[in-house]
Design a protein around this ligand. Sequence first.
Ligand SMILES: Cc1cc2nc3c(=O)[nH]c(=O)nc-3n(C[C@H](O)[C@H](O)[C@H](O)COP(=O)(O)O)c2cc1C
Length: 174
Amino acid sequence: MDLLETMQNRRSVRSYTGEKIAKEKLDKILQAGLLSASGRSRKPWEFVVVQEKETLEKLSHCRVGAAKMLENAGCAILIFANPEKTDVWVEDCSIVMSNMHLMADSLGLGSCWIQGRLREAENGESTEVYCRKLLNVPEKYVLEAILSVGILKEHPKAHTLEELEKEKVHYETY
Ligand SMILES: Cc1cc2nc3c(=O)[nH]c(=O)nc-3n(C[C@H](O)[C@H](O)[C@H](O)COP(=O)(O)O)c2cc1C
């Protein structure tokens, strides 16, 4: 599959079998994240990989109704950042998320971006504070997002090139 086909095939998958992710595949997803570009190459990120079932269940409450899939995920990868390192940590960490999501799909795994920044947990705390406390993350780190990864039950249909909103592209002037 070439890269454009891989990108067409990438979908958000929220339904998993509950099985574990093979170490070789997990390592490749993490490598894809760690290879990401970052402003001035500051690499402000820290990754927390959660595979224990009990912790994944607790993590599924980190958002109101948007992180349920973590109950059955094989793992969750949380991306935290040190904002003192750079003022473009949101951009940097978004690239990490995107690269990992794409790699997971290309390996035949299901994955989904779970928004962490600016969101609330079921207990009323911010998603960031909830995750930081649960995973013993030092206070100086802020949460970007969580990637849920699982063995998929069914892959949704690939995107097609025909459905692309080509009118969003403006040449030379708006
Ligand atoms: C910044 C961002 C935040 C997202 N947050 C969530 C989320 O909290 N929970 C969720 O289930 N999906 C989340 N998604 C996945 C989107 O809903 C999904 O990408 C969109 O519906 C398009 O579907 P596709 O990824 O299959 O093309 C998020 C995606 C992005 C890029």
